[in-house]
Design a protein around this ligand. Structure first.
Ligand SMILES: [Zn+2]
Length: 164
């Protein structure tokens, strides 16, 4: 049985709590037939783990367009988190949104947005590392905080790049 890595399940749960009525039509996790013909983190690995999650960019009510500003902030905070020393940051492999990709692949472009032909204008694609198979800790992204105090704390950590 294919299953989404627990780290991704936790992230999606936090996003759903933050925007309970968000549009999920572009959400996804397990690969369809087209995906399975190519290499994709949406395809289950040999143990059934799926290492990718798509989050619809519309955080407003289904059908009510909310301009993607929140999605852009979310994608950006994920990128900053991935580049930080914060616990759990090693769970992110790469992020794609609005034609740009960010990853830890190239030293000179380390977790910077790289423009290109990367597609994904309806959803944010997040690929996860093996660490997300066991690490289900909370994602400390300010936009997902449940209180002002927490948001402030997480924002300071994210900007510092560590919790020290
Ligand atoms: Zn995807």
């Amino acid at each position: 049985m294919a299953k989404l890595v627990p780290g991704a399940v936790r992230l999606r749960k936090q996003i759903d709590q933050r925007w309970p009525k968000r549009d999920r039509r572009s959400d996804g996790w397990i690969g369809d037939k087209a995906h399975s013909k190519r290499r994709s983190d949406h395809n289950p690995d040999k143990n059934g783990w799926v290492h990718a999650l798509d989050i619809d960019e519309n955080m407003g009510k289904r059908g009510v367009w909310r301009n993607g500003r929140n999605a852009r902030r979310l994608a950006n905070q994920l990128r900053m988190y991935a580049a930080s020393d914060l616990p759990g940051s090693d769970r992110v492999k790469y992020i794609v949104y609005e034609g740009r990709i960010a990853s830890g692949t190239y030293r000179s472009k380390w977790w910077k947005w790289r423009p290109g032909n990367w597609g994904h204008y309806q959803h944010i694609h997040i690929s996860f590392t093996k660490a997300a198979q066991t690490d289900r800790k909370i994602w400390p992204l300010p936009i997902l905080a449940t209180s002002k105090k927490q948001a402030k704390h997480w924002k300071a950590n994210l900007e510092r790049g560590s919790s020290q």
